[in-house]
Design a protein. Structure first.
Lengths: 966, 241
């Protein structure tokens, strides 16, 4: 491994991956830290990202005052932390400090009060010895962690290099990474990011990107042991772009990466090139020069850096402006800062008269509390939820004796909770929750779409491909599609041609006004009107069976034959017979001799440009062999599905498998509202595929041999839940008999009622929504930044039987995963797969919401109002900025206050302790997440009648069950 | 008389000399001299609008002051500089507009100066460097400073803009007028916008504990704003006539 790669690998983990916005993947921005304990990782992340990792104390205090954080729990957690630090004797003072003093902490640090009080000299000395103010060197180092050389120059000499450098970098990478947003693409992108960059900037360099980096590092004279940190400093400057490139680099299946490869090394080469370009002519252009300058002007540099970081109070900025000596200014600044720190401690101590100990002891006490208070509050909030729910879960509800009319199987997504609850309460129904991909990862190719959708969690790659093919007459669809396609093309051409936009606006601009005003003032009517022009998708079928070997060969050949026919006809200016085509093909693929004269140029073209080769033929065959499922696979997936949810007997008349997706207008984040377990896509194809499989006679017969008997009259019907409007629609109902249709009509009525109640519930939390009608309008309104709350406010996941929480209203805050440990095997296979799939997806969703709430500026995407789509990969602010990762403020905040309650995902798991331990050990993905407490695991062991909480690597008993759960 | 007026109204060359010695009080000296100049003009009826040397000197003062204003982030200094950024129009405006304009300007600058003293009291200096996000963190201070700056940036219908546009409509414009408008307009606009974007808007500074205006201060700024409103209404009436 080269030096550059080695150094980069060392820090690569810190940068969070960012998936393209079209398939928004909720993820933990601190995934790279998951190998560390949550509490320790957050301390580290706070330092690296200079971000908030907990909510402000005021937020927690208000939850405490509202009773959400329970007093005894707060006290327990506080006592534990105090014990860790040997401060147990100050328990009462610590509690008062957390609740009363800490929220006002900054108010004790006031210039006004400083004039009236005298600070304690001994305390000042103590604070100095512990702080960045120890000496000037320490002050500089403390404030320049992850500083690039151009930032030093900007800070010291008041230049704007950073602005110029970052702008150039963003301009290049956004053009290189473009996914057909622009009409004129960058030239020669297939050469890769670095090679294209060399052409772009006219760089005469023969070597690789790594050698190029090494070359610049030499020019910058960076010490060997600082290189990794310097790479990290560069990557953190535009963490969003770096994260996206990191994602591309890691996904071999990503089309754009295959076409136009990019890597973090290339990106670093680009960054370092621009850095060198803009600083090479400066007085200081390497770290040795910088070091020399700092040595000679320590105080001046320290002040300039403090000013650059907005840490220098205004009056010292004045002193700098007025040319007062740096030494004197810095001395004054340091002494005033220390005095203020000391006074802050003295003043706050005055409010704790019972604190026994001197000021220095108190300072140590405050230091511990300020460091740990975020975690104490967060854990107390989580523990309060755990205590509340654990006491509420179990009811004496029993499984019904009569046969149910329908079972509703929905995604574990929190937004299904209300509908499931209402359905269960109004009729002979039960409901199940399973991750939307139904434990059946598929690659889906939708009708009339050319791209693949991976319908499974982002961490899995599917092996089966499902094609959607039309069943109906396509005439009407084709004609409408043709019309809209032509219209779009004409408008695009007019818009993008350099000469026509002005005339276009003058001539037909008013037409857009109809859309603009219509969508703004009458969104419903306009949507209805335009729907008439949209081509309606015809009835379709899915190809769920495997192709035979002959069919595979035939189709693979056909693809090649078609290409040869078209290319050769154009080249030779005549039509080719089938024998001639086959002869050319056999020559190119199997090296057989040609029976007629074919120009060498044509053969070269077919081979090199159109890839008619043996390798491609084998590749096509391999791809085609992935289409559909074998019978065994179908049985296996259906069995997995049924066992996972625990539906293995007492089948109802209808099993309704409902996927979900969202609908909104003008919303780049729409896919964030789709199914997270399907890689940010709509999960309907998985539901439909599973129903098609489950309705097959031969599958049921084979399944019977494995011990699961599905009666013949049971019908599986696929549905789609629109989470924005809470409508559920069903397909493939033509398989129902007349009698069944009547029964199904009753189910539909009940679903209509349940969804209406769910909407009523949501009206209460959605701003500017008073009626159900408003909810529908939100899905069509292009000015609506918050069409739905999505997964905001998620707090917990329940993995177990539905009966345990059926009686509770959980207000769309729980991921509800159906699991019956009695159905699982001894190896805990089902639980292991739940840990590796849904649990990780849930944790990523939860952590994304957590960090986007605690520091939206660093981990979130900011306000949607300023977003512009860039390169079709994400959004940025204005006309250039870092790629915005995470969630927008409109998803997690309401009027600048947190709507989402940031807590770690509390996972309530109904399983015996040994089974849970086995599953946790087996799942390499979930193990660090569980053991390092990125989720809070609460284990309900009904076998032993005990409830445990995982804490500090141990399962601690929190409750004994009086009676066993049903 | 015209040379005396040049000294009083355009500060040539005194303001560079007194700035260091008088510190934050320079504004009051400059404002007093401006009012003195105004009274002299009133009493003597001197009209400098045709004295090209005076106007040229005032334009140079304005350009130089704009440059200086763009270099500083101290509100005390800036209030003083605004007097001189506007100096060419004192010579070009008709006496009546000169009076109203000067009143509106001085009221606005007094308000800005008081915001500077609020900065000094709460954050240690009238320098706003690094003190962003006032509109969110201290909404009242942010609101009042915003009004003053929008007035200084010559946004209609605030009085400064109204009197300028009135004069442009009523006077016969020549090359000097055009030059003055460019210098005057861009000078005021850029400097005011610089303050607006850096302290009223922008990111709030996590290292600073923000405090808003006290009730007494709010009341005083409200009075200043009412005065500005009255002058503005008068100016609008003039436009409509």
């Amino acid at each position: 491994m080269t030096m550059v790669k080695e150094k980069l690998n060392y820090i690569k983990e810190v940068v969070p991956k960012y998936w393209p916005i079209g398939n928004f993947i909720h993820h933990n921005p601190l995934t790279g830290f998951e190998k560390k304990n949550f509490r320790e990782a957050l301390k580290l992340a706070k330092d690296i990202f200079e971000a908030n990792v907990y909510m402000p104390v005021n937020y927690y205090v208000s939850l405490y005052e509202d009773g959400k954080i329970k007093q005894h729990i707060l006290e327990e957690n506080l006592a534990k932390v105090l014990k860790e630090h040997g401060l147990s004797e100050h328990f009462h003072e610590a509690r008062t400090f957390l609740i009363e003093i800490s929220p006002r902490w900054e108010s004790f640090r006031s210039y006004k009060l400083a004039k009236e009080m005298c600070p304690d000299e001994e305390l000042i000395e103590f604070l100095k010895s512990k702080s960045q103010f120890k000496d000037t060197r320490c002050l500089i180092e403390h404030n320049t962690k992850y500083f690039t050389l151009y930032e030093y120059i900007d800070a010291i000499f008041d230049t704007d290099k950073k602005e110029l450098i970052e702008k150039d970098i963003i301009e290049y990478i956004s053009r290189f990474l473009d996914q057909e947003q622009t009409t004129i693409s960058m030239y020669q992108r297939h050469l890769g990011m670095f090679n294209t960059f060399k052409l772009y900037e006219g760089i005469d360099f023969e070597g690789t990107a790594e050698e190029f980096i090494e070359d610049i590092l030499k020019k910058l004279k960076i010490k060997e042991d600082k290189i990794s940190d310097y790479f990290l400093a560069h990557l953190l400057k535009q963490a969003g772009w770096a994260g996206f490139i990191k994602y591309r680099e890691s996904d071999d299946y990503y089309y754009w990466q295959q076409e136009y490869p990019a890597s973090l090394i290339d990106y670093l080469a680009v960054r370092l090139y621009y850095e060198w370009k803009y600083i090479k002519n400066e007085k200081i252009n390497n770290f040795e020069e910088l070091e020399k300058f700092i040595q000679e002007n320590k105080e001046f540099v320290a002040l300039k850096i403090l000013k650059y970081k907005n840490k220098l109070p205004p009056k010292y900025v004045d002193m700098l402006e007025n040319g007062i000596s740096s030494k004197e200014t810095l001395k004054k600044y340091v002494s005033e800062e220390l005095e203020l720190d000391a006074l802050q401690i003295q003043l706050s101590k005055n409010e704790l008269p019972t604190f026994e100990g001197d000021l220095i002891e108190y300072a140590r006490f405050v230091e511990v509390l300020k460091e740990e208070e975020g975690f104490i509050w967060l854990k107390s909030l989580e523990d309060s939820y755990i205590e509340t729910y654990v006491n509420e879960f179990f009811s004496s509800s029993k499984a019904p004796k009569d046969r149910l009319l329908a079972s509703l199987v929905m995604c574990i997504d929190v937004r299904s909770e209300a509908i499931r609850r209402y359905m269960e309460r109004i009729g002979p129904y039960d409901t199940y929750g399973i991750a939307g991909f139904l434990r059946m990862p598929i690659t889906f190719i939708e009708f009339d779409k050319n791209h693949e959708q991976f319908l499974c969690p982002a961490i899995i790659k599917p092996n089966n491909v499902i094609f959607e093919l039309p069943k109906d007459n396509l005439e009407e669809y084709k004609s409408k599609k043709g019309f809209t396609k032509t219209l779009k093309k004409v408008l695009n051409d007019l818009k993008n041609n350099p000469y026509t936009p002005f005339i276009t606006v003058e001539a037909i601009g008013w037409l857009f006004g109809i859309n603009l005003f219509g969508k703004t003032f009458f969104p419903k009517q306009v949507d209805k009107f335009f729907a008439k022009f949209r081509p309606k998708k015809p009835k379709t079928i899915y190809m769920i069976d495997k192709l035979s070997d002959e069919e595979i060969e035939l189709f693979a050949k056909k693809v090649h034959f078609k290409i040869i026919e078209e290319v050769a006809s154009n080249f030779l200016k005549r039509g080719l017979t089938e024998v001639e085509i086959e002869n050319i093909w056999k020559h190119l693929v199997f090296g057989e001799s040609l029976s007629f004269d074919v120009p060498k140029d044509l053969l070269e073209k077919l081979k090199n440009i159109y890839n008619i080769t043996k390798e491609d033929y084998e590749f096509q065959k391999r791809k085609l062999s992935q289409v559909g499922f074998s019978l065994d696979e179908q049985v296996m997936y259906l069995e997995n599905f049924l066992k996972t949810i625990g539906l293995v007997k007492n089948f109802p008349k209808f099993v309704l498998i409902v996927g979900h997706g969202s609908k909104s207008d003008n919303n780049p984040f729409e896919s964030a509202l789709d199914c997270g377990a399907c890689g940010g896509n709509v999960s309907f194809p998985n539901a439909r595929t599973m129903c098609l499989i489950a309705n097959r006679k031969e599958v049921r017969e084979k399944l019977k041999e494995r011990g699961i008997e599905i009666p013949d009259d049971v019908k599986f019907i696929p549905g789609l839940h629109n989470t924005t409007t809470d409508e559920i629609t069903f397909e493939d109902t033509e398989i129902l008999t007349e009698e069944e249709e009547k029964l199904f009509a009753k189910v539909l009525d009940d679903i209509k009622f349940a969804t209406s109640r769910s909407r009523e519930e949501r009206i209460k939390t959605l701003p500017y929504t008073e009626t159900e009608e408003d909810i529908f309008i939100k899905s069509m309104d292009w000015s609506e930044p918050r069409p739905e709350w999505g997964l905001s406010k998620n707090v917990a996941a329940y993995v177990g039987k539905r009966e345990s929480l059926k009686h509770l209203s959980l207000y769309n805050r729980f991921f509800m995963v159906s699991y019956d440990w009695k159905v699982d095997d001894e190896k805990a296979s089902i639980l292991t797969s739940l840990f590796s799939g849904p649990l990780i997806v849930g944790e990523w969703i939860n952590m994304e919401h957590y960090f986007s709430t605690v520091d939206n500026e660093v981990f979130g995407a900011g306000s949607k109002v300023y977003h512009n789509i860039v390169s079709k990969v994400g959004v940025f602010y204005g006309n250039y900025s870092d790629l915005k990762i995470g969630l927008p403020t409109q998803t997690v905040l309401l009027e600048d206050k947190p709507y989402h309650e940031p807590v770690r995902l509390i996972v309530f798991l109904e399983a015996p302790l040994d089974l849970a331990l086995k599953a946790a050990q087996q799942s390499s993905l979930a193990n660090p997440v569980i053991m390092n407490e990125w989720i809070r695991l609460v284990l309900i062991d009904e076998k032993e009648g005990k409830i445990y909480k995982l804490e500090d690597g141990e399962f601690k008993l929190i409750k004994e069950l009086e009676c066993c759960i049903v | 008389m015209e040379i005396l007026l040049l000294i009083l109204l355009a500060g040539v060359p005194y303001y560079l000399l007194v700035e260091k010695t008088l510190g934050k009080y320079t504004f009051f000296v400059s404002a007093s001299l401006l009012v003195l100049g105004l009274m002299l003009m009133l009493l003597t009826g001197t009209d400098c609008s045709q004295n090209k040397i005076c106007i040229l000197a005032a334009i140079l003062t304005s350009v130089f002051t704009t440059y200086k204003a763009l270099k500083t982030t101290n509100l005390y200094k800036l209030t003083n500089y605004f007097i001189f950024i506007n100096s060419p129009v004192y010579f070009l405006f008709s006496l009546e507009y000169f009076i109203y304009f000067t009143f509106a300007l001085l009221i606005t600058l007094l308000g800005t100066y008081l915001i500077g003293s609020y900065y000094e009291k709460n954050y240690g200096s009238a320098n706003f460097y690094g003190l962003g996000g006032l509109a969110l963190e201290a909404p009242y201070a942010g609101l009042f400073l915003r009004i003053y700056l929008i007035n200084l940036a010559l946004y209609p219908p605030f009085p400064n803009a109204v009197f300028l546009f009135n004069s442009m409509l009523k006077d016969k414009l020549d090359l000097i007028w055009y030059t003055v408008i460019i210098v005057f307009f861009f000078g005021n606009f850029f400097v005011a916008m610089k303050i607006l974007t850096n302290t009223v808007f922008g990111k709030s500074n996590k290292n600073i504990f923000y405090v808003d205006l006290e009730p007494k201060e709010k009341l005083f700024h409200t009075v200043l704003n009412v005065a500005l409103l009255v002058i503005g209404i008068y100016g609008l009436k003039e436009v409509l006539q």
